[in-house]
Design a protein around this ligand. Structure first.
Ligand code: C2E
Ligand code: MG
Ligand code: MG
Length: 828
C-alpha cells in the first residue's frame, strides 16, 4: 500500500485532478486494450484460417502428386505459395516423411523439420503470432498418403500492429495531457468555491469579520453549501452583534457594579474599622482560620508579622487565645457544629493575648455556613474588643460591691454572701455566726483628727479584724465605722466567743495614725444561725440589737443576741409607730425645768423638756423616744412644735412673771442639718408675736459644733443675728474643746449632770467644775450647772462662781401650769 500515494493529505484540487486523470487513464487503457486485443485476436484467427485454407487446398491438390510421386507438380504447387507473403517455407512429404517437394521464399530450401507425425492437421504458433507452423496430413480415402508442412511468418503484420500500438499509446498520452489540463480547469469549478468558503472561514476565524460573505456563482450543491454558509454567517453576525451589544451592556453593568462593590467594600471596611469588628472564617475540613487586617489590628499584629492571613487552629489557639480560654473556644466551635438549629449563633466572651503580651477581652460571635448537601463547611465570625467595657463593668461591679477605702465587701456584697452562706449552712446543717462590729469613739477620732486620719484608722481596723478570722470567713464594711463578720462552717459555737474577744483585743490596741495615736474600742453584737433566726433580715436585726446592747452596756465588749433584746427592739419599733400619730393626736407635752440664778435664787429662765403622754404607756421621757424621733426624721416636726409651744409659753411668762424671761429649747443636730422649712420660720414667728430673740435660747451639743458644716454655721449666725442665745448642753461629756467656744458665739455652758452628781469639796469633779467656770467666764460665757440635787452641790457651785443651776433640788421638770405656780411661790 506504500506505493499508493496517501490522498488524505492532498489538497482537494490535487485529489480532483488526480482522480479525473486516473479514472480517465484507466478507462482509456481498458478500451484500448480491449480494442487492440480483439483486433489482434481476429487478425490472428483470420491469418490462421487463411493458412488452414491454403493447407486444405494444397492437400487436395497434392493428392495426385503424392500418389504418383510427381515432384514437379508438387514443386509447382508449392511455388504457387509465392503470392502468400506470410508463408515463408513449405514442404510436401510422403507418408514416410520423405520430402517430395520443398519451397522457401528466400530460395534456400531447408530440410523439413522432424516430428511432424501428426495424425491430423496441427497448428503450432507462438503467443504473439509472430510465426506459425502448420502440419496437414494428406488423406486419400482412409489412407494417409503424405503431409503438408507450412511455415508462416507474421512479423510484418506484427510490425504494423506494433506501429498502430505506439500510435495508440501516443494518442493515450496526449489524451491524458488534455484530460489533465481539463481536470485542472474543471477542478476549479468544485474546489474554488470550497476554497473560497475555507478562506472566508479562516479570515473570519482570524479577524472575526462576520460581515464577510463567500461569492456565489452557481446554484448547484456547492452553491447551496455557500448559500447555507453565508446564511450561517448572517446568523452568526446577528448573534455576534447582539452578543456584542449584550457584552457591552454587561461590561457597563459590571463596571457600574464593580464601582458600587468597591464603594461598598470601602464602606464595609470603614464600618468594620469604626465598629472595631475583626472578621474571621474557619474552614471545617482544613481546620484553618482566615483573618482580616482589622482582626490582626485588634491584637496589635499585622499579617506580615504573623505570616499571612491563614492559620491552623492550633497556631491560632496558641498565638491569640489566653491559655485559660483555649479550651472554651474549641468547645464553642463544637457546639455550633453540633447544633441542629439553623439560626444558631454562638456568642461568647473570651480573653485573648496580643502580640505586645497584653491580655484583652473579645466578644466573639459566629455562625456556620452549610453547603448544598447541608453539611457545615465553614464558620464565619466577628470579634469585638470589649476590654474597656469589661474593665468599666469590673470597676462598676467593684464599686457596687466593695468598699473603696478598705477593699472589703460593702453592705450589698455582704448581704449576697450572707445569703449564700445561709443556704450553705442550711444544706450542710452547720451553724453560722454573724457579728456586727461598731467602733466606739471613732466619730471623735474622725472629728478631732480629721477624715484622713479616720480613713487610716478604718483601713487598719479592717486589717486587724480580717486577721482574727479564717480566710473562708467574710469581713465586710457596711457603714462608716460598722463592720460585719460572717463565721461560717462552725464546728461548735464556742470559737465565736474567742474570735469576738480577739477582735476586741485587736481593736483596743493603739492606732498609729502618722504622727498621732488614736484609741478606739469595739462593740460587737453576735447572733447565731439557726438558733436565733433563720432568715437574713432577722439575723441582721439580731446582730444589730446585740451590738446596740454592747454599746448600752458600756462598749468595748460583745453581746449575744437575746430574746429580751428582741423585745426591746420590738418595743422600739412599736414606739416609732405610735410616735407617728403622737403629734397629730396631741399627745406631746412640754414640761418646764427652772434654771435658777444661783446668787439670787430668782428664776428668769427655764428649759423646755419634751414629754409624751402615751395613751397606754403613760408619760414617756425623751430619753426613750427622742432618738427614735431623730432616726425616723420625725424630730423636725416635733422640734418645730416644741419651739412654737415654748414661744407661746415664754410670751405668757414674760407678761405675767418677768419681762426678760427666757425659755431654752433643745435642738437636735438632725434639726440643724435637715430642717430648712421650719427653721427659717422661727425668727419671723418671733417677730410676728413681737418677741425679741432673747426670749429663746437654743441648747445644742458639742457634736454639732465638731461636725459644723457651712449650713450649720450659717444657721448659728442667723440665730445670733436675731438675738437668740445658744447654750452648749452636756458640756464635759464630749471633747470639751475650748476652740469651739471661741469659734462659735456661745452664750452659756451647761455643765453635765455627771460632774455634779458626785460633787464634794475635794473631788476631781469639783476641780473640773471650777476650771470650766473660770475658763467660761474668761471667754465671757455664763455657766449653768445641771443635775443639782443637793444643797451641798448648790453651795459648792455657787462658791465656785457658777451663774445658774438646774436640778431636782430646785424642782423637777413640771407642766406649764405647775411651773407658773412654782414661779409665783418663788417670787413671793
Ligand atoms: P438635757 O437637755 O440635758 O435635759 C436635762 C435632763 O436632765 C432632763 O431629762 C431633766 O429631767 C434631767 N434632770 C435635770 N435635773 C436633774 C436632776 O437633778 N437629777 C436627774 N436625775 N435628772 C435631772 P429629760 O427631760 O428626760 O431629758 C432628757 C434629754 O432629752 C435632754 O437632756 C435633752 O437632751 C432631750 N430632750 C428633752 N426635751 C427635748 C426636746 O424638746 N427636743 C430635743 N431635741 N431633745 C429634748
Ligand atoms: Mg438640755
Ligand atoms: Mg443636759
Amino acid at each position: 500500500m506504500k506505493s499508493f500515494p496517501n490522498l488524505s493529505n492532498w489538497s482537494l484540487r490535487n485529489k480532483l485532478v488526480f482522480l479525473i486523470v486516473l479514472s480517465s487513464a484507466i478507462s482509456m487503457l481498458v478500451s484500448f486494450s480491449v480494442l487492440f486485443g480483439s483486433s489482434l485476436r481476429s487478425s490472428n484467427n483470420e491469418s490462421l484460417q487463411q493458412l488452414s485454407g491454403i493447407s486444405d487446398i494444397l492437400a487436395e491438390n497434392a493428392q495426385a502428386a503424392l500418389v504418383f510421386g510427381d515432384r514437379t507438380e508438387a514443386k509447382r504447387l508449392l511455388d504457387a505459395l509465392q503470392e502468400h507473403r506470410e508463408i515463408q517455407a513449405a514442404w510436401i512429404l510422403d507418408a514416410k516423411g520423405k520430402t517430395l517437394a520443398a519451397w522457401n521464399r528466400n530460395g534456400k530450401v531447408k530440410s523439413a523439420p522432424g516430428n511432424y507425425k501428426v495424425a491430423s492437421k496441427q497448428l503450432h504458433s507462438d503467443i504473439w503470432m509472430k510465426s506459425a507452423d502448420l502440419y496437414r496430413p494428406v488423406v486419400r480415402g482412409k489412407e494417409r498418403i503424405g503431409f503438408i508442412l507450412l511455415q508462416a511468418d507474421f512479423s510484418e503484420r506484427w510490425s504494423t500492429y506494433l506501429a498502430n500500438f505506439e500510435t495508440g499509446l501516443a494518442v493515450f498520452a496526449l489524451s491524458l495531457l488534455v484530460i489533465y489540463f481539463l481536470a485542472t480547469r474543471l477542478q476549479r469549478v468544485i474546489s474554488q468555491p470550497i476554497r473560497d468558503v475555507a478562506n472566508t472561514a479562516r479570515t473570519i476565524a482570524n479577524d472575526k469579520a462576520y460581515d464577510l460573505r463567500v461569492p456565489q456563482h452557481a446554484s448547484d450543491e456547492i452553491g447551496d453549501l455557500i448559500m447555507a454558509f453565508n446564511h450561517m454567517l448572517s446568523e452568526i453576525q446577528d448573534r455576534d452583534e447582539s452578543l456584542l451589544r449584550h457584552q457591552d451592556r454587561l461590561e457597563k453593568e459590571v463596571t457600574k457594579r464593580t464601582a458600587e462593590l468597591a464603594r461598598t467594600n470601602d464602606e464595609l471596611a470603614l464600618a468594620a474599622k469604626i465598629s472595631g469588628l475583626g472578621y474571621w472564617e474557619y474552614d471545617v475540613a482544613s481546620r484553618e482560620f482566615t483573618f482580616n487586617d482589622q482582626y490582626y489590628s485588634l491584637h496589635f499584629a499585622t499579617a506580615k508579622q504573623v505570616g499571612g492571613y491563614r492559620m491552623s487552629y492550633e497556631d491560632f489557639a496558641q498565638r491569640f487565645v489566653h491559655p485559660e480560654d483555649a479550651n472554651r473556644i474549641g468547645d464553642h466551635i463544637r457546639l455550633e457544629l453540633d447544633s441542629d438549629e439553623a439560626d444558631f449563633v454562638v456568642e461568647t466572651e473570651i480573653r485573648t493575648q496580643c502580640t505586645d503580651g497584653s491580655m484583652r477581652w473579645m466578644r466573639v460571635r459566629f455562625k456556620s455556613l452549610c453547603d448544598e448537601q447541608g453539611n457545615k463547611y465553614k464558620l464565619t465570625g466577628v470579634s469585638q474588643d470589649i476590654t474597656e467595657k469589661k474593665r468599666s463593668e469590673e470597676t462598676i461591679w467593684q464599686q457596687a460591691n466593695f468598699d473603696p477605702l478598705t477593699d472589703l465587701p460593702n453592705r450589698r456584697m455582704f448581704q449576697d454572701r450572707l445569703e449564700q452562706e445561709l443556704k450553705k449552712s442550711h444544706r450542710d446543717k452547720s451553724p453560722l455566726a454573724l457579728m456586727f462590729i461598731d467602733l466606739d469613739k471613732f466619730k471623735e477620732v474622725n472629728d478631732t483628727m480629721g477624715h484622713d486620719k479616720g480613713d487610716i484608722l478604718l483601713v487598719e481596723a479592717a486589717r486587724r479584724i480580717a486577721q482574727c478570722v479564717r480566710e473562708s470567713d467574710t469581713v465586710a464594711r457596711i457603714g462608716g465605722d460598722e463592720f460585719t463578720v460572717i463565721l461560717s462552717e462552725l464546728d461548735d459555737t464556742s470559737s465565736v466567743e474567742r474570735i469576738a474577744q480577739s477582735i476586741i483585743d485587736a481593736l483596743v490596741a493603739p492606732f498609729q495614725l502618722d504622727e498621732d495615736v488614736a484609741f478606739v474600742s469595739a462593740s460587737i453584737g453576735i447572733t447565731l444561725y439557726p438558733n436565733d433566726a433563720t432568715n437574713l433580715e432577722m439575723l441582721m436585726s439580731n446582730a444589730d440589737q446585740a451590738m446596740y446592747a454592747s454599746k448600752s452596756a458600756g462598749r468595748n465588749r460583745f453581746s449575744y443576741f437575746t430574746h429580751s433584746l428582741q423585745e426591746a427592739a420590738l418595743n422600739r419599733m412599736h414606739l416609732i409607730n405610735d410616735l407617728r400619730s403622737a403629734l397629730s393626736d396631741d399627745q406631746l407635752r412640754l414640761h418646764y425645768h427652772p434654771i435658777v440664778e444661783l446668787d439670787s435664787g430668782s428664776i428668769h429662765k427655764a428649759e423646755a423638756l419634751l414629754r409624751w403622754q402615751h395613751p397606754e404607756r403613760g408619760l414617756i421621757n425623751p430619753a426613750e423616744f427622742v432618738m427614735l424621733a431623730e432616726e425616723s426624721g420625725m424630730i423636725i416636726d416635733i422640734g418645730n412644735w416644741v419651739f412654737r409651744e415654748a414661744v407661746q409659753q415664754v410670751q405668757r411668762l414674760r407678761a405675767i412673771h418677768h419681762p426678760e424671761f427666757q425659755i431654752s429649747v433643745n435642738k437636735s443636730p438632725v434639726q440643724f442639718r435637715n430642717d430648712e422649712r421650719h427653721f427659717q420660720d422661727w425668727i419671723p414667728h418671733l417677730q410676728q408675736l413681737g418677741l425679741p430673740g432673747q426670749c429663746i435660747s437654743i441648747e445644742i451639743t458639742e457634736g454639732l459644733l465638731l461636725d459644723a458644716t457651712a449650713t450649720v454655721k450659717s444657721k448659728l449666725l442667723d440665730l445670733r443675728d436675731a438675738g437668740i442665745q445658744v447654750a452648749l448642753d452636756d458640756f464635759g461629756t464630749g471633747y470639751s474643746s475650748l476652740s469651739y467656744l471661741k469659734k462659735f458665739d456661745i452664750d452659756y455652758i451647761k455643765i453635765d449632770r455627771s460632774f455634779v452628781r458626785n460633787l464634794t469639796a475635794t473631788s476631781n469633779d469639783m476641780a473640773l467644775c471650777e476650771a470650766i467656770i473660770v475658763m467660761a467666764h474668761k471667754l465671757g460665757l455664763k455657766v449653768i450647772a445641771e443635775g443639782i440635787e443637793t444643797a451641798t452641790q448648790r453651795h459648792l457651785l455657787t462658791a465656785a462662781g457658777c451663774d445658774y443651776g438646774q436640778g431636782y433640788f430646785f424642782s423637777r421638770p413640771v407642766p406649764s401650769h405647775e411651773f407658773e405656780t412654782l414661779l409665783k411661790s418663788s417670787a413671793s
